[in-house]
Design a protein around this ligand. Structure first.
Ligand code: NAD
Length: 382
């Protein structure tokens, strides 16, 4: 069993705690929050004894072997850097950092320190994603032609919807692309084994002004506010983006991200079209993979250990029909990371997403923003 500390215990931090426990390979030893009293009350519900309001305490704790960083984006770089310098293995939330320079530095630092590093691109861990990857590797859908899809949400439709994600100094230069577009791009590169080489973006902010609650978001959450409780603020990050793509095998593609698409709570879709078939997946029905055929009927593959390729079988816990979902993706990702640490052979190939994948996403985001500014195709730097 590994001893783990989770830093940042908001929405995803709590999910990490639960998923870590379900791996049966990690014990949550400590929580670090911004507000000590609130973190203590969460820790008492979760049955965790060590509670701190500063990461330095878990860096100094020799019992802690792995640190999960689940704080807002602007804190990732400094926290990951300190954790690596203290000799801890790190699992970081996406995006890894706010800039590609910072991400590159962390990739090198982790290598130099021989520490295991992972980034929480959890969508890769829906079992049918692994199955789709193996289908493509085996040539089941032939030569690939096009890759299209979307990541849509509706939590920012109203001008009173507010979060730190809307503030570029906390979230980064891009919001919709950085927050959800990176999941989509990581996913399709992972499945196809292809790399995006060039991008051409059309980006928009539908609400350039929003009503920010005068009190902290955690304080007002769930309360009904009056007009006087808000201040009007300018918004400098995008609600929407459509990005044309070129891939290194000559394939073409496009994806759309939109955080103001009513009715889509949190939906990732993609379609990969090849000479012998198509693959379609929708994260809101994650236990089904549609295979489109030209000359026979289409097929729906169900997430069932007996129906999928071996690669996917290793990340399925339950039999078919017993649905697995979002929470299981983190469990499977952490299991692979922890097993790798416990095996102790760091020259072994990694099956999980690493800091280098976070660095790649930051290069893609920067190219997308440059393309938008220049109004032309932009090549991805490496
Ligand atoms: N992979 C995914 O599916 C996924 C989903 C949600 C969020 N995320 C990522 O996770 C991160 C957190 O997002 P969230 O939705 O949980 O946000 P959140 O606002 O719900 O939680 C962030 C928490 O960090 C705490 N915090 C702030 N400063 C801190 C500090 N100095 N030390 C310790 N704790 C501190 C806040 O008090 C809050 O509890 C973001 O980077 C986001 O992109 C990833």
């Amino acid at each position: 069993m590994l001893n783990i500390a989770v830093v940042g215990v908001g929405f995803i931090g709590e999910e990490h705690v639960e998923a870590i426990r379900r791996t049966n390979l990690g014990r949550v030893e400590a929580l670090v929050g911004r507000d000590l009293e609130k973190t203590k009350s969460k820790a008492s519900i979760l049955g965790i004894e060590k509670v701190y309001d500063d990461i330095r305490y878990v860096l100094e704790d020799e019992q802690i072997q792995v640190i999960h960083i689940c704080t807002p984006n602007m804190l990732h770089y400094s926290m990951v850097k300190r954790a690596l310098e203290a000799g801890k293995h790190v699992v970081c939330e996406k995006p890894l950092t706010l800039t590609s320079e910072e991400a590159k530095e962390l990739v090198h630092l982790a290598e130099e320190k021989h520490l295991v590093n992972a980034i929480h691109f959890n969508i890769r861990y829906y079992p049918l994603i692994r199955h789709a990857k193996e289908m493509i590797e085996r040539g089941d859908i032939g030569k690939l032609y096009s890759i299209t899809g979307a990541y849509l949400q509706d939590w920012l439709v109203k001008d009173t919807d507010y979060s730190w994600r809307l503030e570029s100094e906390k979230s980064g230069e891009t919001r919709a692309v950085g927050d959800i577009g990176t999941h989509w791009m990581d996913l399709v590169e992972y499945i196809t084994g292809l790399k995006i080489t060039d991008v051409n973006a059309d980006i928009g902010t539908f609400l350039t002004k929003r009503k920010k609650p005068k009190m902290g978001v955690e304080t007002w959450s769930g309360k009904i506010l009056k007009n006087d409780d808000y201040e009007i603020v300018d918004i400098d990050t995008e609600d929407y983006a459509s990005v044309l793509l070129h891939f290194d095998g000559g394939q073409k593609g496009v994806f759309t991200v939109n955080q103001m698409a009513c009715g889509h709570k949190n939906q990732v879709t993609f379609e990969i079209n090849g000479s012998a078939g198509s693959i379609l997946w929708n994260s809101e029905k994650p236990n089904e993979l549609v295979v489109g055929r030209r000359d026979t009927g289409n097929e729906i593959i169900i997430r069932d250990p007996s129906l999928v390729y071996p690669g996917a079988r290793s990340i399925i816990t339950l039999p078919g029909g017993h649905n697995e979902g979002f929470a299981d993706t983190s469990k499977q990702l952490f299991r692979e990371v922890y097993q790798y640490i416990l095996d102790g052979d760091y020259s072994k190939e990694k099956t999980f997403p690493v800091f280098a994948d976070g660095y790649r996403e930051s290069l893609l985001c920067e190219a997308i923003m440059k393309s938008q500014k220049k109004g032309q195709w932009e090549e991805i730097q490496s």
